[in-house]
Design a protein around this ligand. Structure first.
Ligand code: NDP
Ligand code: PYR
Ligand code: MG
Length: 643
């Protein structure tokens, strides 16, 4: 075992090199000079190691220029090839560095470098794995084929989820190759709906920890906890406190499945490197009585901390992140309850690079779907009338972005364009007579109207052209509601955004059947194509997964320091622009996920372009072709050759 450590000595068989602090990226408490400690383990590896060190140092110091992009990647923009992995080709192999040079048994157990049976004979000799594997040598493609075959044998979605998580823990590149090549089939497993069930049962299915847990016990020590994470170059953090996991409510610490899943998509769909992604769960307790009683629950057993105690922990986290990773790390808030979500976004948007996926990402994806739908239904955005069921993060976030875009298009003040948008919450239609009792984020939507209690009454009174479900409550778009929409719209536009599938406002089949095949329908969780009156209808998936991976990539490659609403509009425009005539012919208002990497590159380029235009980008000079640049920065899961 050859280990490379910063600021420490090895007791036996050790040889020291000094002055190579450039290697210190993955160890904490780095102090110069960095010491490389060598334990040759009786393999006579000392000379070999010195030669290896010299050649690798040379490669890192000089070799980077060979394949650099024009303009050169800027370390500040966070896209540099920290591990030398991009430079690896058949002719130019690299060393599989971790905090140690992984070899032998530990190499097979290191998910970042393990290739299983794909290790060549030469690699098996060079890295001491001969005999630790059966003799067959197979390609990554064959491994993929076998795994897909095995996954398809499972009847229960949760078993597929667990098999995929095991793979991620065992062989990271193979996991991402599977996910990228089979995105439409595997998205419902690592993401909604199956990830919802996984979170509900997270304590029971828990095997190896994923991500970073920061609980009230870590108060005062969050910076230290961040330093326990093995990677130093973090570019994207997805953080939840588990209080509103999909439409499933408070799952406390078990919400970890969400940041883990979202970040898997950052890599697979947006090409952000797995090593630069950090899933975080903040555990302040849970109000879920069942979990508190569950002997397998993995979080702290207490009611949720609120008020000052909550905000102090969150503030310590936000400060520690900036201190540890710098100004340009993206913090994505995910599945917080709305009473905290709006406040956190407002509090930190001026000082940190923050993005709330449920408020902002969802807004961007739904606006794109609406803009695309206009091609099928006709009219401008301002000529349509919108009604929401659900006036929380998703509902008011989407409403505000639609109103902003309408205002930009018509030059009318946003106070005016908001009047085209109506929302219903658990107490009925939001109207001005309720103003006093409304939460702050609902107040802009309190228009003059008589109070109405039910969605059906609101549909009949407002006569919306677009109906959007964002309440987290399933089966709320009843036959009467859909029939009412179809009675005054030739092509009613219906979004059933709530996740997972059990919480969907209606199914695709119901939307098409009840509207006699006239609905333009999209849902947050996927539905299979439906045959109605001899015609096949393909429902779209209106999910923020279309937006956040490309959006985040755009921020990272431009070195953006803040998120601006115009970037959300830019992302939305790029997504809507990817819907083809062929997609429209099938009634689709989103492009299929199988092209998601191309879509993400377009989104990233539009977002980055906006960041430059707004003076929020720090990566200079601006690459001439941002789409090509975004594509070139994307992580590839193909195995690297080891020397
Ligand atoms: N497809 C996608 O990409 C996304 C989907 N979502 C989904 O949207 C749903 C809501 O999320 P989010 O907005 O964050 O949640 P919030 O808790 O912030 O908002 C929920 C809203 O729904 C209202 N509501 C609850 N029950 C009813 C009811 N029976 N009738 C009418 N209104 C009701 C609430 O009313 P009140 O305020 O009165 O309590 C509240 O306004 C979730 O299922 C989530 O999974 C979220 C983000 C992205
Ligand atoms: C998709 C998503 O972010 C949600 O349902 O919360
Ligand atoms: Mg969410």
């Amino acid at each position: 075992m050859i280990s490379l450590k910063a600021g420490s000595f090895l007791q036996n068989n050790s040889t020291s090199f000094s002055g190579i602090s450039s290697f210190s990226h993955s160890q904490r408490k780095v102090s110069a000079p960095v010491v490389v400690a060598l334990n040759s383990n009786g393999r006579g590896g000392e000379r070999k190691f010195k030669a290896l060190m010299e050649s690798t140092l040379k490669e890192i110091r000089e070799g980077a220029s060979a394949l650099d992009m024009d303009p050169k990647p800027n370390p500040g923009a966070g896209v540099e090839d920290v591990y030398g992995e991009d430079r690896a080709t058949e002719d130019q192999p690299v060393t599989p560095w971790t905090t140690s040079v992984a070899s032998g048994y530990s190499l097979l157990r290191d998910p970042h470098h393990n290739k299983g049976l794909a290790f060549t004979d030469k690699e098996r000799d060079a890295h001491y794995v001969r005999g630790l594997l059966p003799p067959a040598v197979v390609t990554q493609e064959l491994q993929e084929k076998k795994l897909m075959h095995n996954l398809r044998q499972y009847q229960v979605p949760l078993q597929r989820y667990m098999a995929l998580m095991d793979l991620q823990e065992r062989n990271q590149r193979l996991f991402y190759k599977l996910l990228i090549d089979n995105v439409e089939e595997l998205l419902p497993v690592v993401y909604t709906p199956t990830v919802g069930e996984a979170c509900q049962k997270y304590g029971s299915i828990f095997r190896r920890p994923q991500g970073l847990y920061i609980s009230l016990k870590e108060k005062g020590k969050i910076l230290e906890v961040l330093k326990n994470w093995p990677e130093k170059k973090i570019q994207v953090i997805v953080v939840t406190d588990g209080e509103r996991i999909l439409g499933l409510g408070d799952l406390g610490c078990q919400g970890m499945g969400i940041p883990v899943g979202k970040l898997a998509l950052y890599t697979a769909l947006g090409g952000v490197r797995p090593s630069s992604c950090l899933p975080v769960t903040i555990d302040v307790g849970t109000n879920n009585e069942e979990l508190l009683k569950d002997e397998f629950y993995i979080g702290i057993r207490q009611k949720r901390a609120t008020g000052q105690e909550y905000s102090e922990l969150l503030h310590e986290f936000m400060c520690a992140v900036k201190q540890n990773y710098g100004e340009k790390v993206l913090i994505q808030f995910e599945d917080f309850a709305n009473h905290n979500a709006f406040e956190l976004l407002a509090k930190y948007r001026a000082s940190h690079l923050v993005f709330n996926d449920d408020i902002q990402g969802t807004a961007s994806v739904v606006l794109a779907g609406v803009v695309a739908a206009l091609k099928l239904v006709g009219g401008t955005l301002a000529e349509h009338t919108f009604l929401f069921l659900g006036a929380g993060e998703a509902g008011t976030g989407i409403a505000e972005l639609i109103a902003l875009e309408m205002s930009k298009q018509t030059k009318a003040p946003i106070e005016e364009t908001r009047k085209k948008i109506w929302l219903v919450d658990s107490k009925g239609l939001i109207v001005s007579s309720r103003m006093e009792s409304l939460q702050h984020f609902k107040k802009p939507w309190a228009h003059e109207h008589e109070p109405l209690k039910t969605l059906l009454d609101a549909v009949k009174a407002i006569k919306p052209t677009v109906l959007i479900g964002s309440s987290g409550v399933g089966k709320t778009f009843t036959k009467e509601v859909v029939e009412a929409m179809a009675s005054f719209n030739e092509r009613p536009v219906i979004f059933a955004l709530s996740n997972p599938t059990s919480q969907s406002e209606c199914t695709a089949e119901q939307a098409y059947t009840w509207s006699k095949g006239r609905a333009i329908f999209a849902s947050g969780s996927p539905f299979d194509p439906v045959e109605c009156n001899g015609k096949v209808f393909v429902p779209g998936q209106a999910n923020n997964a279309y937006i956040f991976p490309g959006f985040g990539l755009g921020l990272v490659i431009s070195g953006a320091i803040r998120v601006h609403d115009d970037m959300l509009l830019a992302a939305s425009e790029a997504l809507a622009g990817q819907v083809t005539e062929d997609n429209f012919d099938k009634g689709l208002i989103y492009p299929p996920f199988c092209n998601i990497r191309k879509i993400s590159a377009e989104i990233a380029a539009n977002v980055a372009s906006k960041a430059y235009e707004l003076g929020l980008a720090t990566r200079l000079p601006r690459p001439a072709n941002l789409v090509k640049y975004a594509e070139s920065c994307m992580y590839s899961p193909v195995y690297r050759n080891y020397r």
